[in-house]
Design a binder for this molecule. Structure first.
Ligand code: NAD
Length: 321
């Protein structure tokens, strides 16, 4: 494929940094826009000096300028872990609304294709299981998670409006829970929390009785799915996630087994509006993009634990974690 200039907003984050790295490895030129609201420069360390990579520190809700032609805008900037968006509710709504508006404006100015990183959270606490793209969701706009869910729902509506009324070439990917190296140990999501607790010899805090389910996808698989959609001409929305569903308790038990930790499990109160089940219907990703997750649960968990053992102690502290 001919080299493209790809702008990645939120490119210093967990998923965004893997995206930047993969795009550079595939021979593209990448401009990453980020303000390190929920990340640190450590995520960029492995490729920051690459000649095809440039970084612009900016807040997407304020001003957005990228010189020269741009082929593709991947809009990933947004707090994404519950701990972050509960702490940063206004910033989350602003980047979902104003940040998305600015990123769409950039794509329009440059005649570029635009891809919105949406989320399985648009399905809320779903009453349809597994969730196909046609499902409208079950979201509590006034609940604590509403700031994230509604920001993403608004961002989807805005993206769709630019497609229908401005003729912008857009795509929407609905990403389900993703895990892997570069997650922050204190970002509040189940897997990094359990791994951090297990390695520190602390009890693993399982919410409720742990029977709620999650379907977790290894980050390299998520990136592959995102890029297949980005480099297609499809508008989406397309679910990208691993349909291999497991309970939160089983995830905790696997972390204990893999780390060899004897720290045990402590059951704690479940957060409000915590989804009871979550599993993507990936028919569209399979049929339209030829995409399926490749990394098995144990392999992905091992890579994550290995990274937490080696890299985490040397990372600088995140601003909000
Ligand atoms: P993350 O917090 O690691 O990354 C988000 C990045 O956006 C951070 O680097 C942060 O500094 C940046 N950012 C936030 N507000 C900004 C602003 N106003 N201006 C500039 N930069 C800003 O989160 P992540 O897990 O990598 O998620 C990335 C994207 O993928 C998010 O849009 C999220 O909604 C989506 N997503 C992630 C998952 C997942 O499991 N990780 C699941 C579904 C959707």
């Amino acid at each position: 494929m001919k080299q493209q200039h790809v702008v990645v907003t939120g490119g210093a984050g967990f998923v965004g940094s893997h995206l930047c790295e993969r795009l550079i490895a595939d021979g593209h030129r990448v401009t990453c826009l980020d303000n390190f609201l929920t990340s640190t420069p450590d995520n960029l360390a492995g490729f920051a000096a690459h000649p095809d990579f440039s970084f612009v520190r900016c807040d997407l809700t304020e001003f957005l300028h990228v010189p020269g032609p741009v082929d593709l805008v991947l809009h990933f900037a947004s707090p994404a872990s519950p701990i972050d968006y509960l702490k940063l509710p206004i910033q989350t709504l602003k980047v979902g609304a104003i940040g998305t508006w600015h990123a769409l404006g950039l794509a329009k100015e440059k005649g570029a294709r635009f891809l919105l990183a949406s989320t399985s959270e648009v399905y809320g606490d779903p009453q349809v299981h597994p969730q196909p793209e046609e499902y409208w969701g079950h979201v509590n706009p006034l609940g604590p998670r509403g700031v994230y869910d509604e920001a993403k729902r608004y961002a989807e509506a805005l993206t769709t409006a630019y497609r229908t009324s401005e003729g912008l070439d857009t795509a929407i990917v609905r990403i389900f829970n993703t895990y892997g190296p570069r997650m922050r140990p204190a970002d509040g999501r189940a897997i990094p929390t359990f791994v951090r607790q297990a390695l520190a010899g602390e009890p693993l805090t399982v919410a409720g009785d742990g029977s709620q389910t999650r379907s977790v996808c290894f980050v390299s698989d998520t990136v592959e799915g995102v890029l297949r959609l980005a480099f297609s001409e499809l508008p989406g929305p397309v679910n990208i996630g691993n349909p291999d569903e497991r309970t939160v308790l089983a995830i905790a038990q696997d972390v204990l087994a893999l780390t060899g930790s004897v720290s045990g499990i402590e059951f704690v109160e479940r957060p409000q509006d915590d989804p009871k089940v979550r599993r993507p219907d990936t028919t569209k990703a399979r049929e339209l993009l030829g995409w399926e997750p490749r990394v098995g649960w144990r392999d992905g968990l091992k890579q994550t634990v290995d990274w937490f053992r080696t890299a985490v102690p040397t990372q600088s502290a995140a601003l909000h974690g």
